[in-house]
Write a protein that binds this ligand. Structure first.
Ligand code: SF4
Length: 238
């Protein structure tokens, strides 16, 4: 595996916040008080990718504010069904698994909750179109043997929730798409084994995201893209 791109500051803050939230739910309920948050976040804080110490401290304070506001908005008695739980499913074509941020139980149904710390402006269409969330819901139904149709993106910087209520059909559609993608990959792998150049079997798709790509340095299509500074993604999190 080639060396990846820089350690991105936006990934550092995302990972730190996710881990702090996981550890929050691990605490016994009486210890889930706002005063614990600073300790939790400090313990999980990833320091890589920031421009300097000043920026890193500023982002820490901002992230702590997101957590305080988010958790203050939840019912103090609320208890998730599962946190960072892996769910898995198998169809006639593929087997897949993934780790959910959180699974809530609301009435008789399950809800997939995914925390977001990146770009602003997430809306219900993002929740509707997310194949990852749909596959989580499909797999959660299998894992817990309980209906799971609702998926939610919890955007911590703005405290907003984007949500979508799937139907059985829309979940099945997303699974069919994943199956088709898997079949395309297998076909491309076979063609490479038969001598087709890998660049033809797996054509690159250069675009605005090339500057963020971990493989930009070794990708002929992306090498021309300007390298982003490791902390430049933070601007999207304000
Ligand atoms: S085309 Fe861009 S995004 Fe795709 S691998 Fe190359 S650098 Fe990365």
């Amino acid at each position: 595996m080639p060396q990846k791109g820089p350690p991105w500051a936006h990934n550092s803050v995302g990972a730190s916040v996710h881990t702090a939230l996981r550890n929050w739910w691990d605490l016994p309920q009486p210890q889930r008080v706002p005063g614990s948050l600073s300790t939790l976040l400090r313990a999980t804080w990833v320091r890589e990718g920031y421009r300097d110490e000043v920026q890193q401290r500023e982002v820490f304070t901002r992230a702590l504010g997101w957590l305080e506001a988010y958790l203050a908005g939840l019912d103090p008695d609320f208890e998730p069904l599962a946190v960072e739980r892996t769910v898995a499913a198998k169809t006639a074509v593929i087997a897949f698994s993934g780790r959910t941020d959180r699974i809530d139980r609301r009435g008789d149904e399950l809800v997939i909750v995914d925390y977001k710390t990146g770009r602003t402006g997430l809306d219900n269409d993002d929740a509707r179109g997310s194949s990852t969330l749909a596959l989580y819901a499909f797999a959660a139904q299998r894992t817990f043997r309980r209906q799971c149709r609702r998926v939610e993106l919890h955007h911590l910087p703005t405290g907003t929730v984007a949500a979508h209520e799937h139907t059985e059909e829309s979940l099945n559609r997303q699974v069919s798409r994943a199956e088709a993608t898997a079949q395309d990959i297998v076909a491309a792998e076979k063609s490479v084994a038969q001598g087709v150049p890998a660049d033809d079997a797996f054509p690159t798709q250069p675009g605005p995201m090339c500057g963020w790509c971990d493989f930009r340095k070794i990708c002929p299509a992306g090498v021309e893209a300007p390298q982003r500074e490791a902390w430049s993604g933070l601007v999207l999190q304000r």
